[in-house]
Write a protein that binds this ligand. Structure first.
Ligand code: GLN
Length: 534
């Protein structure tokens, strides 16, 4: 039977519940259990696909094409277990399922209500991950206890745990123990209050994960145990990490969180080996090969979470090359106001990530031009590939005014365009190429040197494509098509010849969703290597 761990958050948002859930999952996996993770988000959007990154940060894409919360990125990076459509449910998705069923007459004339119908639909979502080969499902409830929106989700986990019993379900509450400078003290009262809120809706946490800046003393733990009704051993400290988020599982393992959880779930505790993870953290903290500086030229730079997986993947590329990666974050519109020369001078590599809409596009194209002309390693991702193709068409092939039809529908040279079938669809929601697509890497290319295999699968999230009809002219001028979709013939990777540029590689997909700390994505690994001048 699949067992469940329910993760709630108290006191404030941004406590790192997702990281905690991911870290616990990693430890349980390393103890030999198959673990799946899931996030329940109490907002009304059906998924975050249509939200601005300013609202939500990055949209993380799963292999099966779900557009999801960025916490799923932590889940996959820590556990290396693929998430799916079932890994992220929002209030909007739950309601939309219930309303659709109501319209179809599925409730047989009953009055449809939050309790039981919405709550039942949430329970169905949680149980959708139960399977013979899944030992433990960890479900993170977004938001903070006390929010009106999260109530149906909390009721659902309360009911579910009642149904499956305490030996099969655990409540883990992540809370804040703030340090009050003026008093020089850690305060447990906010956590007590948040647990009391949980208790008022029938949930008594089994384990408390206490986020804090300073270590908890014995007296704090005793107080929390007594007033929150939690075993003293299950008051766990999660102090701010010194260097990297990848230290979190190691810190939690030192306190045997995983052992307590496994015992509480009545499972067998086998040994834990984290030596490879420790070595990875050590390389990240003490790299052997100095540092490189990478410019990331984007449109949502001011919000760190907008390019979360990109920054993490650059870090992975650094680990793989034992080098520290410093990121110079550049707002593409800033390049339009000043110049690429002024803002990019001195960087070792330039990366243009994905994006939508025309704001800042010319700044990105100027960044590509700067990298190409100055022979600085360039890595274009999705929109970053489209900008590379536009720049190459305009400035190498002389196709004046070349553009993507997304930004200039009247352009004479639509080097990036919608496919014919997509032009006919008016509902934009239905036109994205999402999730895994096969790609064939062409031999004797930089892409092949990176992947060392021909058949790969990468994740997509875009509408526009490299325009096959104009491909000939770009190839004549030296652009190499190094990755092709076997199904459609669409161009997936382009690059410049080694004699023309030391490292100019761009892909239509999003490799950042498949990079892991112990297994950097090959394209990131090679980009960092090139940026080191190796
Ligand atoms: N806006 C471009 C498209 O829709 C690129 C999307 C992206 O970078 N994810 O094709």
């Amino acid at each position: 039977m699949t067992k469940h761990i329910f993760v709630t958050g108290g006191v404030v948002s941004s406590l790192g519940k997702g990281l905690t859930a991911a870290s616990v999952a990693l430890l349980l996996k390393r103890r030999g259990y198959s673990v799946k993770l899931q996030k329940l988000d109490p907002y009304l959007n059906v998924d975050p696909g249509t939200m601005s990154p300013y609202q939500h940060g990055e949209v993380y894409v799963t292999v099966d094409g779900a557009e999801t919360d960025l916490d799923l990125g932590h889940y996959e990076r820590f556990t290396d277990v693929d998430c799916t459509q079932e890994s992220n449910y929002t209030t909007g998705r739950i309601y939309s399922n219930v309303i659709q069923r109501e319209r179809e007459g599925g409730y047989l004339g009953k009055t449809v209500q939050v309790i039981p119908h919405i709550v039942d639909e949430i329970k169905k979502g949680i149980k959708s991950l139960d399977a013979d080969d899944v030992d433990i499902v960890i479900t993170e409830i977004g938001g903070t206890v006390g929010d009106i929106e999260s109530l149906p989700f909390l009721e659902a986990i309360r009911e579910l745990r009642q149904e499956i019993g305490p030996e099969n379900g655990i409540f883990m509450h992540v809370t804040l123990v703030p340090y009050i400078k003026a008093a020089g003290e850690l305060k447990t009262k906010p956590s007590q209050q948040s647990v009391s809120l949980l208790r008022s809706i029938g949930i008594i946490p089994d384990i408390l994960i206490c986020r804090c800046e300073h270590s908890l003393e014995e007296e704090h733990k005793a107080k929390l145990a007594l007033f929150c009704n939690v075993d003293r051993d299950l008051i766990i400290e999660e102090k701010d990490v010194a260097n990297t988020i990848y230290e979190v599982p190691l810190d939690l393992a030192k306190q045997d969180v995983d052992v307590y959880l496994i015992e509480k779930l009545g499972l067998h505790v086998s040994s834990l080996d984290m030596s490879d993870w420790e070595a990875m953290v050590d390389t990240l903290v003490n790299p052997e090969n100095g540092e490189v500086e990478i410019a990331v030229v984007g449109k949502y730079i001011s919000l760190q979470d907008s390019y979360k997986s990109i920054y993490e993947s650059l870090t992975h590329g650094g680990i793989a090359n034992s080098v520290k990666v410093n990121v110079r974050m550049i707002e593409s519109e800033e390049i339009e106001r000043k110049s690429a020369e002024e803002l990019l001078k001195g960087v070792d590599g330039v990366l243009v990530p994905g994006g939508f809409g025309d704001r800042g596009i010319e700044g990105k194209i100027a960044a590509v031009k700067f990298a190409r002309e100055n022979k600085i390693p360039y890595f274009g991702i999705c929109l970053g590939m489209q900008c590379a193709v536009i720049e190459f068409a305009r400035n190498v092939c002389g196709m004046e005014g070349a553009n993507s039809a997304e930004f200039d529908p009247e352009t004479k040279y639509p080097v990036i365009d919608l496919m014919e079938e997509q032009k006919k669809i008016t509902n934009m929601g239905g036109t994205m190429r999402l999730g895994h697509w096969d790609c064939q890497v062409q031999k004797d290319t930089k892409a092949y040197a990176a992947y060392d295999e021909i058949d790969i699968k990468e994740r997509h999230r875009h509408r526009y494509e490299f325009n096959d009809e104009l491909k000939g002219k770009l190839q004549e001028h030296g652009l190499i098509i190094s990755g092709i979709s076997p199904e459609s013939g669409l161009t997936e990777i382009v690059e410049m010849k080694p004699e023309d540029h030391p490292h100019f590689v761009a892909c239509q997909f999003h490799p950042e969703f498949q990079s892991r700390p112990l297994k950097a994505h090959p394209l990131f690994k090679e980009f960092i290597k090139a940026s080191m001048g190796v």
